[in-house]
Design a protein around this ligand. Structure first.
Ligand code: SOE
Length: 395
């Protein structure tokens, strides 16, 4: 007798750029390394341009492509819609998908405004009562070292958490002639460094500490206010054609803020795409009464832990190589020490989402969790807009 394989979860994905490619990889890989209750099927990929969407389907292994996302959502043979488009489209697509009874995975930040995120959360919670589930894509929490960090905080190994230092540093906009992209257009992206990468460290800090940010004091800055349209896009940046058209940058280039959490933990946050030399440094450092933790995504398989309860003569930051089978997610991958990369967080996201759907439970981070992040983004923008800056007074 041949064992029966789990039923399929037929996925329709909208968008096929950076995140679309990454999500495709995750949908394909997850059932090959993890036992899932449903097997994702890369059914249909949607995009605006027929040629590039068809090419993406062939390249990433989707059975079909379409340029009509509304028709895709209405199809009876699709179970889940994966939203990998810019933020200005999230609300419309998610609401339509939930109304059509499809589970939803939505890239972060959940939306471009709090009002949109509230509407999406209400729709998601209504759908959940009918067994239709949603999740927002804050993938860094599924980096094994950060999942372990949360575990250590929850186990009390840090004692009472007092301070959080969070940074997300990239440098792909340092060149003032890097071309204009949708990520620099507020009508499409909602905000700049703040929502694109700051959202990740807000989620990571709240997830690891298990507490929410209750108040912020912020400063946003835009260093380069016009960018060439066109030119050569390389990775997220590139070099623009400086003899042609220019467009206004309408978002922040750097976002800095201090925060107070509900339990009086204090935090300092920095998100920038101008930190020349830093490529994808997602950093989190946490100090508690008994110990400290430090993480840097540029060394993502390591979590540093300082145990203040260890004998004084052996104290010091310990580098935990988070690749042992006892660590989160790692037993399904390579032998200890062989390490994971950026894409694994996305694969773990699929694993957790499909496992929750299979069990009939709501996955996390939920749209409500993502609404919480959205409210922090909004508070940062409001604080920056009316911030009082005190000038040093000579005595
Ligand atoms: C997606 O999760 C994302 O936040 C992108 O939108 C950023 O640009 C990338 O650098 C990190 O990942």
């Amino acid at each position: 007798m041949t064992p029966t394989s789990p039923p399929a979860l037929r996925v329709g994905m909208i968008g096929h750029a950076f995140m679309g490619a990454m999500h495709s990889h995750a949908w394909r890989t997850a059932p090959r390394f993890f036992d899932l209750p449903l097997i994702p099927e890369l059914a249909v990929i949607a995009g605006r341009n027929p040629d590039s969407t068809e090419a993406a389907a062939a390249k990433y292994g989707w059975a079909e492509s379409t340029t009509n996302w509304r028709e895709l959502i209405e199809r009876d043979d699709i179970d889940l819609i994966d939203i990998c488009t810019p933020g200005d489209t999230h609300r419309e697509i998610a609401l339509a998908a939930l109304a059509a009874g499809k589970h939803v995975l939505c890239e972060k930040p959940l939306a471009n405004t709090v009002a949109e995120a509230e509407e999406m959360t209400a729709a998601a919670e209504d759908a959940a009562s009918r067994g239709v589930f949603s999740m927002c894509g804050f993938t860094y929490r599924r980096t094994p070292a950060l999942t372990l960090a949360r575990q250590l905080v929850a186990e009390g190994r840090l004692g009472t958490v007092r301070q959080v230092r969070a940074q997300y540093l990239q440098d792909w906009l340092s060149d003032e002639n890097a071309p204009m992209t949708w990520r620099l257009d507020k009508t499409k992206s909602g905000s700049g460094s703040l929502g694109d990468i700051g959202a990740h460290i807000i989620d990571a800090a709240q997830y690891v500490t298990g507490t929410d940010i209750a108040g912020v004091s912020a400063m946003l800055e835009t260093f380069v206010t016009r960018r060439p349209v066109g030119g050569e896009h390389v990775g997220l940046g590139g070099s623009g054609a400086t003899d042609g058209e220019y467009a206004d940058v309408t978002v922040d280039d750097a976002a800095l803020f201090t925060a107070r959490f509900t339990d009086n933990t204090v935090g300092i946050f920095e998100a920038t795409r101008f930190a020349l030399g830093r490529k994808n440094a997602v950093r989190l450092e946490i100090n508690g009464t008994l110990g400290s933790l430090a993480f840097d995504f540029e060394d993502m398989n390591v979590l540093e832990f300082f145990d203040g309860t260890a004998p004084a003569h052996t104290q010091g930051f310990q580098r935990i190589i988070v690749t042992e089978p006892v660590h989160p997610y790692t037993a399904n991958w390579w032998p200890a020490g062989h390490g994971l990369g950026y894409e694994h967080g996305f694969t773990h996201q699929v694993v957790d989402l499909v496992t929750a759907i299979g069990a009939g439970t709501s996955p996390t981070p939920s749209f409500r969790d993502a609404l919480g992040v959205q409210r922090v983004l909004d508070a940062v923008e409001r604080s920056s807009a009316d911030h009082s800056i005190y000038t040093p007074v000579s005595r």
